[in-house]
Design a binder for this molecule. Structure first.
Ligand SMILES: [Zn+2]
Length: 266
């Protein structure tokens, strides 16, 4: 699933590709991805409006429109935005005033598109925890102090911290040398500091390399992101740890595949 670095990459590319352009026609090829309002209202509400501003909240993209409404896009597992698209295999195609098409693709149909009067009213957005880059060390220590839950599922909890998913949680815990099953409140002051630093550094590096192309993620250009080659533990089961050579282990934690080095991560 696209996480903060992938969605941030898409946001920055959309700013270059479609900001200031008018939507001239909306073709809905699969209604399931449109959660609200009705398909007819969705099409009518988007036709003839200009894309005024593009935001990202956690893993969600928000296109603010000249009508005052917003198009909210949650890519979920396999959502893609491709520009210029060809309108052939898309779930929804947005025809733009430059004569080109912004395609919304979604192989598995888990994605959610909404046309809302006010994106701030969306419950999911109201419940989001702080963005990693907005957290300072004092705040992070305070956030962890009260939490007895295991650190990895906690990092995935979007109400605790927003934007981190299964892939980057594994990477940051490896880099901070923290075992994914440690109770959050058991981290030392030094470990908390290192973990926050590695969260920010890892996400920054991943954005720099345009994200990780696992599952179906691609950049807006259709090109893959380049960060996979920098992964240290994710999807490296039985391969030697890059630090100590011990085989990387995979376990299920909170129902999610979790990669770690049992020697390096304590
Ligand atoms: Zn190791």
């Amino acid at each position: 699933m696209p996480e903060l670095p992938e969605v941030e990459t898409i946001k920055r590319e959309l700013e270059r590709a479609v900001l200031g352009k008018k939507i001239t026609e909306v073709c809905v090829h699969h209604p399931k991805v449109i959660r609200e309002p009705s398909v007819e209202k969705f099409k009518k509400g988007l036709t003839g409006v200009t894309i005024k501003n593009i935001l990202r909240k956690a893993k969600v993209l928000i296109l603010e429109l000249s009508s005052g409404k917003s198009l909210v896009i949650h890519l979920k597992m396999t959502g893609q935005l491709v520009y210029p698209g060809n309108g052939k295999a898309s779930r929804v195609s947005f025809h733009l005033s430059d004569g080109k098409i912004l395609d919304f693709n979604d192989q598995r149909l888990f994605a959610e598109l909404r046309l809302l009067d006010d994106w701030r009213s969306l419950k999911f957005i109201q419940g989001l925890g702080p963005e990693p880059f907005a957290i300072d060390l004092g705040q992070f220590k305070e956030m962890l102090a009260k939490k007895k839950t295991k650190i990895k599922p906690l990092l995935l909890d979007q109400t605790f911290i927003s934007g981190i998913g299964n892939l980057y949680a594994a990477e940051v815990l490896f880099r901070a040398r923290v075992h994914p099953e440690r109770p959050a409140s058991s981290l030392s002051e030094k470990e908390k500091g290192l973990l926050l630093k590695e969260i920010k550094d890892t996400l920054t590096e991943a954005i720099l390399h345009k994200g990780s192309s696992v599952d179906q993620y691609v950049q807006v250009s259709g090109q893959p992101g380049n960060y996979v080659k920098y992964h240290k533990v994710y999807d490296r089961k039985d391969k030697p740890c890059l630090v100590c050579k011990h085989p990387i282990q995979r376990t299920a934690l909170g129902g999610r595949g979790t990669y770690f080095c049992p020697k390096c991560q304590k």
